[in-house]
Design a protein. Structure first.
Length: 159
């Protein structure tokens, strides 16, 4: 379906499972990959490096994992950072100050006044049985990704 759409260059497939990303990439190598990770995962996975090792173009950390050190490391590795799930204005401003590139939010419309003051764009989120579907955009000056599909494991929700 992705290949048939003719829009492979506008799609990012994201997963908490780096092995699933490798398997997907074998079948559709022209689609960008995003690695989702959170604070409840094992230490090596929650640092984000598994995604970089498997060739993910973007990292999607849980917002609580973002510090000056981690954001700097992911950016030095050349990866845009889209954090999840942020609905608190103070947290949005903290993340903007750190330099994240995008934010997954449950209600992007409610966050838009904040995004006008920040250098990142919101990633529209919706809840749908553990699978979040949204629109992602990188920071100003970065590449724009027009759609993303996040395949969450049953014990995680990504948007």
């Amino acid at each position: 379906m992705i290949k048939a759409s003719g829009r492979s260059d506008e799609i990012v497939v994201s997963s908490f499972d780096p092995v699933a990303l490798v398997q997907f990439h074998r079948h559709v190598p022209e689609v960008a990959l995003g690695y989702i990770f959170g604070q409840d995962q094992a230490f090596p996975l929650r640092r984000g490096w598994a995604g970089i090792v498997v060739g993910a173009s973007l990292v999607h950390p849980q917002h609580t994992l973002c510090t000056e050190k981690t954001v700097g490391a992911w950016h030095r590795a050349g990866r845009p950072i889209n954090v999840w799930t942020v609905d608190d204005r103070a947290e949005l401003l903290r993340l903007a100050a750190l330099g994240v590139d995008g934010v997954f939010a449950n209600d992007p419309a409610a966050r838009s006044p904040c995004s006008q003051r920040c250098d990142y764009r919101l990633v529209a989120g919706q809840r749908d049985g553990g699978v979040g579907v949204g629109v992602a955009a990188a920071a100003a000056g970065g590449s724009i990704v027009k759609s993303s599909v996040n395949f969450a494991s049953p014990r995680h929700s990504c948007a």
